[in-house]
Design a protein around this ligand. Structure first.
Ligand SMILES: Cc1cc2nc3c(=O)[nH]c(=O)nc-3n(C[C@H](O)[C@H](O)[C@H](O)COP(=O)(O)OP(=O)(O)OC[C@H]3O[C@@H](n4cnc5c(N)ncnc54)[C@H](O)[C@@H]3O)c2cc1C
Ligand code: SF4
Length: 319
């Protein structure tokens, strides 16, 4: 592992100011970043340890929303009474991330900002050397799609689809000031540049609206029963009005380079979930996801899993 300088700022302003110097990276729990630095697939000269920032801590139930600091650990998220009362699905999804020992230090912010993953990239230096590296790191060509100018590494975070389905907003502080935006605005469709952040931008908090009448669910399919990323994951939030679905959001992970809301579901609102409804939902999910051979499991299998999960979760929540 390369030699690194570590800074431990006490405020968000100090952290952002430090980020302007050298090739810096924010370090939260380190459960994603440190293995990547060890493998030399992410590079840094300076780590800015943000685990001491009080402004990133705490979970607060406000009148219309739940505010979760980006530095809250997944263990604390799972144990929080406020989260269990106002957004229980978030606690359930956090409990599916990695293993208990990871969740002690892994944070909500790090989970959202984690790197994308690919079979040809998440390997040791010797493995990648033998395979002439790839475009995302140290090489020129994409091994998955050799003529491609973009990278198809997959976004595999578990919290993002849930937060997208719950319509979360994020607070970001950076060298040019602070802003609030929908979580969906953070992500882009390229495995090498999947975060729309300027250098030094720091995720401070996530704001989850508390919406009456909605129910939500998340499921992921993974190879191992624990300590494993989703091959495909779907979160659904819906609101029922009598026999009809009054509102619907479906978000996916593990199948694209970004976690995304499935577009085009407005046409399903106001309808009963009959066969025609499900056929249209299947089509919308299938169209949104573009799994490539960037992980070992077949891309077509992951697409079918995502479609089935969406159908199953809508049926469960409606019922
Ligand atoms: C064996 C193993 C299994 C795993 N399984 C899963 C899984 O099932 N599901 C899953 O979702 N993840 C999984 N992970 C990935 C990782 O553990 C989690 O995503 C974790 O939540 C990352 O949080 P962290 O605080 O450790 O992030 P870090 O490693 O500290 O940071 C990750 C990235 O986010 C950036 N970052 C962190 N916080 C901020 C912030 N506030 N603002 C701006 N940038 C920030 C860092 O600079 C870094 O680039 C697994 C990891 C391992 C090693
Ligand atoms: S999709 Fe291509 S460029 Fe991206 S990490 Fe995989 S092999 Fe590399």
């Amino acid at each position: 592992m390369q030699d690194l300088a570590i800074h431990r700022p006490q405020t968000v302003a100090q952290a952002i100011a430090l980020h302007r110097t050298g090739a810096s990276r924010y370090l939260a729990g380190g459960t994603d970043l440190v293995p990547n630095l060890r493998r030399n697939i992410q590079k840094a000269q300076t780590l800015i340890d943000i685990s001491g920032l009080a402004e990133l801590r705490g979970i607060r139930a406000e009148s219309q929303s739940l505010r979760i600091g980006a530095g809250v650990t997944l263990e604390a998220l799972c144990a929080s009474d406020a989260v269990r009362a106002h957004a229980p699905l978030l606690a359930e999804a956090a409990a599916l991330v990695a293993g208990p020992t990871h969740r002690v230090s892994a944070t909500v912010g790090g989970n959202l900002m984690q790197d994308t993953r690919c079979y040809f990239y998440n390997q040791g230096d010797w493995w990648r050397t033998a395979n002439a590296f790839c475009m995302k790191c140290d090489g020129d060509t994409c091994r998955v799609a050799p003529k491609s100018e973009r990278c198809y590494a997959c976004y595999c975070g578990d919290l993002a689809p849930v937060l997208l389905a719950l319509d979360a907003q994020v607070d970001i502080a950076g060298p040019t000031g602070a802003r609030r935006e929908p979580l969906a605005a953070l992500f882009a469709d390229d495995g090498m540049r999947h975060l729309k952040l300027a250098p030094g931008d720091l995720l401070v908090a996530i704001d989850v609206p508390v919406q009456a009448g909605w129910t939500a669910a998340y499921e992921k399919v993974r190879i191992r029963g624990a300590v494993d990323f989703p091959l495909a994951g779907i979160a659904v939030a819906l609101k029922r009005d009598g026999e009809r679905i009054a509102a619907l959001r479906v978000a996916c992970t593990g199948v694209n380079s970004y976690p995304g809301l499935v577009p085009g579901l407005d046409a399903l609102v106001g309808r009963k979930p009959d066969d025609a409804f499900h056929a249209a939902l299947d089509k919308a999910v299938r169209k949104e996801i573009q799994p490539m051979a960037s992980i070992l499991t077949a891309a077509g299998y992951r697409r079918r899993v995502a479609v089935s999960l969406a159908r199953r979760l809508v049926e469960r929540l409606y019922g």
